[in-house]
Design a protein around this ligand. Structure first.
Ligand SMILES: O=C(O)CCC(=O)C(=O)O
Ligand SMILES: [Fe+2]
Length: 399
């Protein structure tokens, strides 16, 4: 596998060399074990910074962190759950709980008013004193009829939580944060209100009005997506305005409002998760890092299983632009002799932001917690698979 530290160029007619592949290994090594650890960490952090600015998406090589058999087992368990009779799966329906934790049937999840051709089961960070009548405050519904499911997935959650913290530190360094600034950021994610989703995608019927999963942005912090090896399913939108997208895009259809760009395929790479940043990083970085539209179009013959883990801020974290990001923005403006004042993104409390989203993309829970409005900045309905309509709040929320 080729490891690269900066994004590869896109190549002619919308075809791409691919998203950057960044190894987390330097952050797993003991700094005293080798002479070059600090240097390698700096290279990883710089590559992360570049990838978050250029794409908002990258492959994270975690082969030194997890045994590949482990996520393979997870997809098998997911497959076993989705092959249960419908009545059995429906016993874990979202409506039994807080409309956020549990099983959503095929076509129950909606993006941009269109049914997504997938089924899924969502788990959230457990809460103290659960109360299923309170948004997000119910209990997880584990499929007891699939032996080993809970145990294996709980082990994965622990791993992904640690990975989230490691990656956050690497990103903090990439953004030029001081140790104290990192400590402050760390305290916003050290009790992550994580979400784990297991998604099952039957092939998309030709006459389906919609996608396997419609175009959306994730609205949290970091997404780690592990998927089975099915090719040509996940697509990432690279707008033409991005530095890496200066390739020949002639003949490509205008996608999503005025913003022309190209959908690139992000096929799974062994040993890697696909990682993308959510809208909370867009606020922290005051827009320097963009959370990027993505969608799933699975037209193959097989049943695809994917497992996104969403490493999110703490429920009560107040998310606001970070001084380190503002320093970069200022330095770049000074260099360009741009004297316009910098618009600041409006701070949000993560839990409030989440509560305003969750539920409104599920057909059965529509509008239960959120307002269900769906106007994105570029005419796109941003949503998260565990929420909806991600783009408005932030774009309109600038001070
Ligand atoms: O299944 C996939 O590849 C992507 C799923 C996704 O984007 C999401 O759940 O937010
Ligand atoms: Fe997503």
């Amino acid at each position: 596998m080729v490891k690269i530290d900066s994004p590869p160029p896109l190549v002619g007619n919308g075809k791409v060399a691919g998203l950057p592949i960044i190894s987390i290994t330097p952050y797993l090594l003991d700094p005293s074990s080798r002479d070059d650890v600090e240097e390698r960490r700096a290279a990883t952090s710089n590559a992360l910074h570049r990838a978050c600015r250029d794409y908002g998406f990258f492959y994270l090589d975690i082969s030194a962190f997890v045994d590949p058999r482990e996520p393979d087992d997870l997809t098998k368990l997911g497959r076993a759950f989705f092959s249960l009779p419908q009545e059995e799966k429906d016993k874990l329906a979202l409506k039994n709980q807080d409309h956020a934790r549990g099983y959503a049937r095929l076509n129950e999840n909606v993006t941009d008013g269109k049914a997504d051709n997938h089924e899924g089961i969502d788990f959230y960070r457990p809460v103290e004193n659960p109360d299923k009548s309170k948004p997000l405050w119910g209990t997880n519904q584990w499929p007891a009829s699939v032996p080993g499911f809970r145990q294996k997935y709980e082990a994965w959650i622990e791993k992904m939580k640690s990975l989230g913290m490691i990656l956050m530190e690497a990103m903090a360094i990439g953004l030029g944060m001081t140790p104290n600034e990192w400590k402050a950021l760390q305290s916003q994610v050290d009790d992550s209100f994580w979400v784990m989703r297991v998604i099952g995608y039957p092939p998309l019927p030709n006459d389906h009005d919609g996608y396997s999963c419609g175009a959306h942005k994730d609205y949290g912090c970091l997404t780690f997506l592990y998927a089975d090896p099915t090719p040509n399913a996940l697509q990432v939108f690279v707008p033409k305005s991005k530095p890496g997208a200066a390739a020949d895009l002639t003949g490509l259809p205008a996608e999503h409002g005025n913003e022309k760009g190209v959908w690139i395929t992000a096929d799974p790479i062994p040993g890697c998760v696909v990682c993308n940043i959510g809208e909370m990083w867009e606020i922290w970085s005051n827009g320097l890092y963009k959370s990027t539209l993505h969608r799933v179009v699975h037209r193959g013959n097989n049943y695809r299983v994917s497992i996104p883990f969403f490493f999110e801020p703490n429920f009560d974290a107040k998310i606001a632009p970070l001084p380190a990001a503002l320093r970069i923005i200022k330095a770049e403006k000074d260099e360009a002799m741009d004297t316009k004042p910098t618009q600041l993104y409006k701070p949000v409390v993560y839990g409030d932001f989440l509560s305003s989203k969750v539920g409104s993309n599920f057909a059965n829970g529509n509008g239960k917690y959120g307002n269900g409005t769906t106007n994105g900045t570029n005419g796109v309905v941003g949503k998260h698979s565990h929420g909806t309509n991600g783009t408005t709040t932030i774009a309109n929320g600038k001070l």
